[in-house]
Design a protein around this ligand. Structure first.
Ligand code: NAD
Length: 497
């Protein structure tokens, strides 16, 4: 008897199948029936079915969606009353930025270091309508800020490990929460944020640079208008040398209490995924039409930080606690496969000497390729070479989306000294809240971008084994409508001042 499609299989599989069939005639008839019906058509499929090793799923779903926050519009707010927590490098810029957006009132600011608050408030002392209360009384003073009943939005600029706890607490106290990236530390954190946002119907936004502006906005618009055909592959990265004498190794100008050095000495994988994955995810309609299925991740060894820290510790006891740490490898490369069979590569390196900006974000489709966020961005539509500068420029002009044009127009009306603090995403966050519009990125997007850190850490620890990406939308990704309204079909009415 000849079994179609089984003839060329490995001997082991054939024997195993025959034994099974001999032992159980009913199974045999069933199997033969499947073969006859063409359900099992070839050896490769059988071998695949037998040998396929599925991705590990160490983070199984722990939550069922209670309410879909994708596309959710909260009641509109004429004035957005803001509390800012963490007034360091980023937080002090946000203090200035919020005074430059129409319809914002800064009600409160908080930091464990009072002098940081004083300095930031001095920088806005001449600006009317902002007389914030300061909270500087210890590690938990931010709770008092969140408990106030005259704040609509809590904006979080603290070290990473506090982001989820503060965002959850803020939503529990009826505030929208927006956090500097990453918004979550662990997969448990991600689910906590999702569950709290769904239950409280409060926005929870991860403030990633995203596709609000620049070449990534143009790339998104071109993809949506079909210029690159079907998207096949995308790349993004965070490559920014921070392990240097200004940031990681500097007790004065660096991160408060060396928090970012600590992060790099205790974890591995891609620690700052949000920056790099966001625009690629939006180009691929992740969480609204496609979904991340699984990823693999590997890291190089650390070739620089450990050595530098040992040198520093020789002369300064402050660095001694770090001297024997095993630092995260210089380069991490993570590759994601989506349910629709597309791939994305995300890189992270903050400790190799490389100039900045040096990011190589790209999108590759059936109709061409766009290397954007690059010092010399380029477009090609076939293998013959990149388009000439003139043709490139005319495409950029044609596909610059309305969101970007509107922001540039508003910023152009500001005085020189007030320009550059507000980022397009800050403006659009407030604009959406004031117009009662869904935010550009839902809680599901924000936590997904952050979750890649934990998942890449798991994969690195397991020699690059593949790991399932949790579906934070609980299946709603198949029907969710797109965010990132780059065409600015609604809103855009909030001015910069
Ligand atoms: N989007 C961007 O371009 C961008 C740029 C820089 C930083 N960031 C992000 O912003 C966040 C802050 O980074 P940074 O560079 O401002 O760091 P930083 O160390 O300069 O500031 C953190 C601040 O949080 C304060 N803080 C610490 N514990 C606190 C607590 N319990 N309560 C209140 N305040 C507390 C610190 O005193 C410090 O002032 C990080 O998530 C970082 O990744 C984003």
């Amino acid at each position: 008897m000849e079994y179609k499609g089984v003839r060329n299989c490995s001997k082991g599989i054939l024997i195993k199948n025959l034994n099974k069939m001999n032992n159980n005639r009913r199974d045999f008839i069933k199997t033969a029936g499947l073969l006859g019906a063409g359900v099992i058509t070839g050896c490769s499929q059988q071998t695949e079915a037998t040998n396929t090793k599925k991705s590990s799923n160490p983070f199984p779903q722990t939550h069922r969606q209670e309410f879909n926050m994708s596309g959710y519009a909260a009641p509109k707010l004429d004035t957005v009353r803001v509390g800012i927590i963490g007034i360091g490098n980023r937080g002090s810029s946000m203090v200035r930025a919020f005074t430059q957006i129409e319809g914002v009132e800064i009600k409160a600011v908080c930091d464990v270091e009072p002098e940081r608050v004083t300095k930031a408030l001095n920088s806005i002392k001449d600006i009317p309508n902002h007389t914030p209360t300061s909270y500087t009384d210890g590690e938990d003073a931010w709770k008092k800020l969140c408990e106030r009943d005259d704040i609509d939005l809590v904006y979080i600029c603290t070290p990473w490990h506090l982001h989820t706890e503060i965002a959850v607490f803020a939503m529990e106290h009826e505030k929208h929460a927006a956090s500097e990236r990453p918004i979550a530390f662990s997969i448990d954190d991600c689910w906590k944020l999702v569950a709290t946002s769904e239950r409280t119907r409060k926005h929870c936004c991860n403030m990633t640079q995203s596709s609000h502006h620049g070449m990534s906005a143009v790339a998104l618009n071109m993809v949506r208008q079909g210029f690159f055909g079907d998207v096949i592959h995308g790349e993004g990265c965070y490559i920014h040398e921070l392990a240097n004498d200004r940031y990681f190794y500097n007790k004065t100008t660096g991160y408060q209490n060396m928090w970012r050095l600590k992060e790099n000495s205790t974890r591995n994988g891609n620690l700052y995924t949000d920056s790099g994955v966001d625009s690629v995810a939006q180009i691929m309609d992740i969480n609204c039409g496609d979904k991340m299925d699984y990823l693999v991740s590997i890291s190089s060894d650390d070739f620089t930080m450990g050595k530098k820290i040992k040198q520093l510790a020789d002369n300064d006891p402050f660095f001694e606690p770090y001297a024997d740490k095993k630092f995260r490898g210089n380069m991490n490369v993570t590759v994601v496969r989506t349910n629709k069979g597309r791939t994305m590569m995300i890189q992270h390196d903050v400790s190799s000497p490389r100039p900045r900006p040096q990011t190589l974000d790209l999108v590759s489709g059936t109709g061409g390729i766009f290397m954007y966020h690059n010092q010399s961005p380029a477009i090609a539509t076939n293998h013959n070479g990149w388009l000439a500068q003139e043709e490139f420029q005319s495409l950029i002009e044609k596909y610059t989306p309305r969101m970007m044009k509107r922001f540039d127009e508003l910023e152009g009306q500001m005085s020189d000294e007030r320009r550059n603090d507000v980022r397009p995403m800050d403006w659009r966050l407030i604009d959406c809240l004031r117009n009662g519009l869904p935010l550009e990125m839902s809680v599901y997007d924000g936590v997904l971008y952050s979750a890649i850190s934990s998942l890449s850490g798991w994969s690195v620890a397991n020699e690059g084994n593949s790991v399932k990406v949790p579906d934070f939308t609980s299946g709603a990704w198949e029907t969710n409508k797109r965010g990132m309204n780059v065409e600015l079909n609604s809103g855009g009415t909030t001015k910069l001042i």
